[in-house]
Design a protein around this ligand. Structure first.
Ligand SMILES: [Zn+2]
Length: 105
């Protein structure tokens, strides 16, 4: 799941943290039509939500830490996982859209 152009695999896919370049700087592929929409965010919500709930319940059941420790740990875990997963998933969605549209034509 690289953040590279789905056609040439050379040009940068993103111009910012999550902004898709309007066109590939390497091969000129028009990337404006490949909008991932809310798809990556939904997957991140499901994955991070499940992992954080399972983690919080497991931590509580095993060690019974004070609640302030939960308030310290879980926001960091949730924000970290979200930032780690959102960009690669968005790149994968753009890649899948490019592949499916390219074969359909
Ligand atoms: Zn390219």
């Amino acid at each position: 799941m690289s953040a590279r152009c789905p056609r040439c695999r050379q040009g940068a896919l993103f111009s910012g943290l999550l902004d898709v370049n309007p066109e590939c700087p390497s091969c000129g592929l028009d990337l404006r039509a490949h909008d991932a929409g809310d798809g990556p965010a939904i997957f991140v919500i499901f994955i991070v939500g499940a992992l954080s709930v399972i983690g919080a319940l497991s931590l509580e059941a095993l060690f019974e830490p004070p609640y302030w420790l939960h308030f310290l740990i879980w926001p960091i875990v949730v924000i970290g996982l979200t930032l780690a997963l959102l960009r690669p998933l968005k790149a994968k969605f753009v890649d899948i859209q490019y592949r499916r549209r390219s074969t359909a034509l």
